[in-house]
Design a binder for this molecule. Structure first.
Ligand SMILES: *[C@@H]1O[C@H](CO)[C@@H](O)[C@H](O)[C@H]1NC(C)=O
Ligand SMILES: *[C@@H]1O[C@H](CO)[C@@H](O)[C@H](O)[C@H]1NC(C)=O
Ligand SMILES: [Ca+2]
Length: 319
């Protein structure tokens, strides 16, 4: 499916037709060696290549390239370039590892990745995590989180969503959600976890529609009333992804930049991980939901080479 998405051409970063790994390695090497670094040359080249092509280039001059890169760039710009040079599944593994093993736990990072990735991607992430760190991702996640939030993350990690729409379950799922929340004193959180964690996105969209007819509420409103804290956050993320993954990321990008300060970690993570997948759709959703474009928001919130790189990943403005 990921391959389908990539070849559907909804990304802003694409494979370059006249690609030659030797030539690219040469250009990058020249841009990085000597005094100073030609950031512009690095950027222009990296953004005009797919991640797989960047990989073939790096393999050519592996150690030198990374060595020069690390001593040359620094800060947010370096984080972004290193992210661009990392294969997608490896990048997810690195972000998850950082979210768990860094100081404290980055629950928002865990939620973003586990709620939005497809079952087959989650499975690839788990095996690569094991190979890279010789640890079990599920064990690491449960070691760092607790309660029903932890249970929901485990269900997402099990990646056992049913496929398609089960017509005979739509009505009973909507009814079960209503009985577990609005119609109950307290909340049966387990019921929310089971339904939101195990059904396909297409099925969930039908359940939400039925839920609104039954109760008069959007499912988001009920989740907000019936749950709290990180469990609420992960359930809302799953609902938003079921409605629209690009919509979820457009909103996340908006939140990363709105107000004073910027969540650069999140900004980099989303801009890089979606650039080959669905950035065109994210841009369109951003424009639709907010009174401005993603390109202009980046313009106002960042600066220097970092801004230039993010805007290139954005791929253009939307009027
Ligand atoms: C988690 O959900 C279960 C099942 O709904 C419930 O019995 C339990 O009290 C919940 N745990 C917490 C900490 O709220
Ligand atoms: C669904 O989620 C629950 C956790 O609430 C899990 O125990 C169960 O095995 C999952 N799978 C199915 C098919 O319901
Ligand atoms: Ca209730």
């Amino acid at each position: 499916y990921m391959k389908d998405l990539r070849s559907a051409g909804r990304g802003t970063v694409k494979a370059h037709g006249g690609f030659n790994a030797n030539n690219d390695a040469e250009v990058l090497f020249k841009a990085m060696k000597g005094l100073g670094t030609d950031e512009d040359a690095i950027l222009q080249l990296l953004i005009a290549r797919s991640n797989a092509q960047i990989h073939k280039t790096i393999i050519k001059k592996k150690n030198y390239l990374l060595f020069f890169l690390f001593i040359s760039l620094g800060g947010k710009f370096e984080s972004l370039i290193v992210a661009l040079m990392t294969p997608p599944i490896m990048y997810d593994v690195t972000c998850l590892r950082d979210a768990i093993k860094g100081a404290g736990t980055d629950e928002k990072g865990l939620i973003e990745i586990l709620a939005s990735r497809l079952p087959n991607e989650v499975n690839e992430i788990k095996s690569l995590y094991k190979r890279e760190h010789n640890d079990d991702l599920e064990k690491d996640v449960t070691g760092d989180t607790g309660g029903n939030f932890s249970r929901m993350l485990v269900v997402l990690l099990q990646a056992s969503r049913q496929q398609g729409i089960q017509e005979d379950l739509i009505q009973s799922d909507a009814q079960a959600l209503l009985a577990a929340g609005e119609q109950k004193y307290g909340t049966d959180e387990g019921q929310f976890i089971t339904i939101l964690g195990n059904r396909s996105n297409a099925h969930l969209r039908r359940v939400f529609e039925e839920y609104r007819k039954l109760s008069g509420y959007e499912i988001e409103e009920s989740i907000q009333r019936e749950t709290s804290g990180t469990l609420q956050e992960v359930l809302l993320a799953v609902v938003k992804c079921a409605r629209s993954v690009p919509g979820y990321f457009a909103e996340s990008l908006y939140n990363a930049m709105k107000g004073a300060g910027t969540d650069d970690q999140k900004l980099i993570r989303i801009m890089v991980s979606r650039s080959e997948v669905d950035m065109m759709d994210i841009r369109a959703e951003f424009r639709k939901r907010f009174a401005t474009s993603l390109h202009k928001t980046i313009q106002g919130d960042t600066s220097g080479d970092y801004r230039k790189a993010l805007q290139l990943l954005c791929g253009g403005d939307d009027a």
